[in-house]
Design a binder for this molecule. Structure first.
Ligand code: ASP
Length: 419
């Protein structure tokens, strides 16, 4: 994709902003709400992208794993990738924890929340173990589901990934004849999905227009004002992670120029911003990391689909800040134990979360419950949920691309981002 496309996407964002502000939620044309027209264009684009995701993830992981299992690099590459995921998600949560404690956005909320009684505070201690256990249990049930077809039809990535990893791992171990036929099928499927992605990408500026105009037309600025401190805290955390932590990681561990990386990832980041879904953006992310950064298909086909479910660092940071914010707003005393609980749960719940819009909300409710707070505390942040989703999804995708580039460099791919 040429930079010309980036220009078009920026232009369509500016137009979407103007169109959203001018029409608002109620204006109509020929009796049809403008907002419905924007929504229609955006949803068509989102559907087209999401359409290729399940076959793409399956084909990509099977071919990637089969290659590695065949040349015995599966163990080392897998270990490297997973350690990077755990390291970056933990760093994101720690950054979220620090900014939430320093800024303490909950104290600016003058909605007069009732402080919680002694009984609820006690529940924090009682529920610690149960909360962490039930979260772990839910992750394992998603990881090992009972029906792969049901999983694929519902787009549940964690189960799909586990099954396809196993499939790819054993593929080179069966008889050569059938093995090659089956592998050829998955390779062909992958290539067809990428061709389809390429076509869908031509519609990126139109899709972005529809999606962004709808958000602008339906979200009032009042909402942002009322919980501006929370909004700002999340943005500060995401900015520290993206413009400080990730560039340092890229420079010192990956030994690549962060600016060059950011520029190369432009289309994927803009798609993430407008779709609020790292899963829907995955085809574009693969295209950018392969074509614009020069990472081999061996690395992208393994790391990127996995990252979309296991490396949602922007989400983990957000979940952490939001949970602290709600605790602060309810006047809950943030003991060291409770802080650790929120941190661990933020890391855990981000693993295996679907890269779809507003997936974080479920995680926040789980954390609040395990902290003995009513899950409906989540209502406090709903007003700015849609907009913050756009920003954290960009950070999720950015983190995923950084992981792919760092793994590629560690595997000796010297040409990555060298042009
Ligand atoms: N929308 C995010 C994503 O797709 C997930 C979330 O934080 O809700 O990456």
């Amino acid at each position: 994709m040429k930079n010309n496309m980036l220009f078009k996407v920026f232009l369509s964002m500016a137009l979407a902003l103007a169109a959203g502000v001018l029409t608002g939620p109620k204006a109509t044309i020929l009796g049809i709400l403008y907002v419905d027209i924007f929504g229609f264009i955006g949803q068509l684009f989102l559907n087209a992208l999401t359409l290729v995701v399940v076959p793409l993830v399956a084909a990509s992981i099977i071919t990637g794993t089969a290659k590695m299992s065949g040349d015995h690099s599966f163990g080392s590459l897998g270990a490297k990738t997973f350690s990077l995921f755990i390291g970056t998600v933990t760093a994101a949560v720690i950054i979220g924890w620090i900014v939430a404690m320093m800024i303490s956005p909950g104290q600016f909320l003058d909605a007069g929340m009732e402080p919680l009684g002694q009984g609820v505070q006690q529940a924090v201690i009682d529920l610690d173990e149960k909360g962490a256990f039930s979260t772990l249990q839910a992750i394992f049930f998603k990881l090992i589901p009972s029906n792969i077809l049901a999983v694929a039809s519902q787009g549940q990535m964690l189960g799909l990934i586990f099954f396809t990893l196993l499939f790819g791992f054993f593929l080179p171990k069966i008889e050569k004849g059938p093995g090659e036929i089956v592998l050829g099928f998955w390779k062909g499927l992958f290539q067809v999905m990428m061709c389809m992605t390429h076509v869908v990408m031509q519609a990126l500026p139109y899709g972005v227009f529809g999606l962004v105009a709808k958000v602008v037309a339906t979200t009032g600025t009042e909402a942002i004002k009322s919980i501006g401190a929370f909004f700002g805290t999340v943005l500060v955390g995401l900015a520290v992670y993206s413009f400080l932590f990730l560039p340092v990681l890229l420079s010192f561990v990956g030994r690549v120029n962060p600016l060059r990386h950011f520029k190369a990832m432009g289309p994927a980041l803009l798609a993430a911003f407008s779709t609020s879904s790292s899963a829907a953006t995955l085809p574009i992310t693969i295209e950018c990391v392969e074509k614009r950064a020069g990472v081999s298909n061996r690395i992208t086909s393994f790391t990127l689909p996995l990252a979309t479910t296991l490396n949602l660092s922007g989400t983990a940071l957000y979940v952490c800040v939001a949970s602290f914010f709600i605790c602060q707003a309810y006047g809950v005393e943030l003991t060291f134990g409770l802080q650790m609980l929120v941190i661990i749960m933020s890391v855990l719940t981000s693993f295996g979360m679907a890269g779809i819009p507003s997936a974080s909300l479920v995680a926040i409710v789980m954390i609040l419950n395990s902290a003995g707070l009513p899950g409906d505390g989540v209502a406090l942040i709903l007003a700015v949920e849609r907009i913050l989703d756009m920003f954290r999804t960009v950070v999720n995708v950015l983190g995923n691309t950084c992981s792919a580039v760092i793994v590629a460099r560690s595997e000796g791919e010297r040409h990555v981002l060298s042009h």
